[in-house]
Design a protein around this ligand. Structure first.
Ligand SMILES: Nc1nc2c(ncn2[C@@H]2O[C@H](COP(=O)(O)OP(=O)(O)OP(=O)(O)O)[C@@H](O)[C@H]2O)c(=O)[nH]1
Ligand SMILES: [Mg+2]
Length: 290
């Protein structure tokens, strides 16, 4: 990210440590973990130290927001996870077309792991970053809107088991943040995808860094939405967004704070198109036309 200072997140380490401890406690009660991560950043949005000893016996990885990621890259991630022995699937969690497969994968995996209790109920704890889609997933899996969802992180606060009928029981959990990631691209990715609350970073700095990342990797997408810009003439970054979207101050100066919010929102809602910010190792980094 040349030009700008390194992008940073400002965590509250006490909260984070407590949340990780709580999640581990909940995992001890479960037969399976349904880990939700964001399909645009499958690497950074996974928890680095979830594997607890012994329990739970089964883990299924569910990549959310497949509608906002590049399908070919998402398929490559799924292949890679499966090669590593991890059961994985990706979906637009707001739809219903993935739930039958997810239920089957969960039941089959648990049955294989404990064939002696094949008819007992299966307790599935759903974990993942804030706002990644945990509650949405549960609502689809149980076919009702019992778990509260929302467009910002931190909507789910208290856990409770929800019966899905049949043998499956789900436990929604509040999103767990982890403080290992604080700077650079992974930090930017978490901010851009909305997987950390806007309060822990400077929105304008995130907008600037996101522009630089997208201008380097996907310039055509930016041009398609905001029009051509004249970098040689000194016009760049959020100034482009501000001018094209009419975010101007009293004296016609670009309002970069508003432009940053617009850029982030365009990115998060898919208005700039689908992006796979992270690709499985060994694949070439994405650049348009290259
Ligand atoms: N485009 C898209 N949006 C999704 C998807 N899954 C969830 N969302 C949206 O993302 C937002 C957050 O979803 P939630 O299910 O509340 O996320 P959560 O992980 O439970 O969030 P917390 O409880 O705050 O940790 C909601 O506005 C959902 O509609 C998806 O696959 N695609
Ligand atoms: Mg929730």
């Amino acid at each position: 990210m040349q030009g700008s200072p390194m992008f940073e997140l400002h965590w509250y380490p006490g909260h984070m440590a407590q949340a990780v401890r709580t999640t581990r406690e909940l995992m001890r009660l479960a037969d399976a973990v349904l880990e939700v991560a964001d399909a645009r950043i499958p690497f950074t949005s996974r928890h680095p130290n979830l594997p607890a000893s012994g329990r739970p016996i089964v883990r299924v990885l569910l990549l959310s927001r497949a509608d906002l990621a590049e399908p070919g890259v998402t398929r490559a991630w799924i292949r890679r996870f499966r090669r590593e022995g991890l059961v994985a699937l990706a979906a637009d969690l707001r739809r219903d077309d993935w739930t039958a497969q997810a239920r089957k994968l969960l039941s089959a995996s648990v049955n294989r792991a404990r064939p002696w209790a094949a008819r007992q109920e299966i307790r599935v704890v759903v974990v993942g970053l804030p706002n990644v889609g945990k509650s949405t997933a549960i609502n689809r899996l149980i076919g009702k809107a019992k778990a509260r969802t929302g467009g910002r992180p931190g909507v789910t606060r208290r856990p409770g088991w929800i019966s899905a009928g049949g043998r499956l029981l789900f436990l929604d959990t509040p999103g767990v943040l982890w403080p290992q990631i604080t700077r650079g691209k992974p930090a930017l990715y978490l901010a851009a995808t909305g997987c950390v609350p806007d309060e822990v970073f400077d929105v304008q700095a995130a907008g600037r860094a996101l522009w630089e990342e997208l201008a380097a990797r996907f310039p055509e997408r930016l041009k398609a939405r905001y029009g051509l810009w004249d970098e040689a003439g000194g016009e760049r970054g959020l100034e482009v967004v501000a001018r094209r979207t009419g975010c101007l101050g009293r004296y016609g100066e670009p309002d970069e704070a508003r432009a940053a919010a617009i850029l982030l929102n365009d990115f998060r809602t898919g208005r700039l198109g689908p992006f796979s910010l992270e690709r499985p190792p060994k694949e070439q980094p994405s650049t348009e036309g290259g």
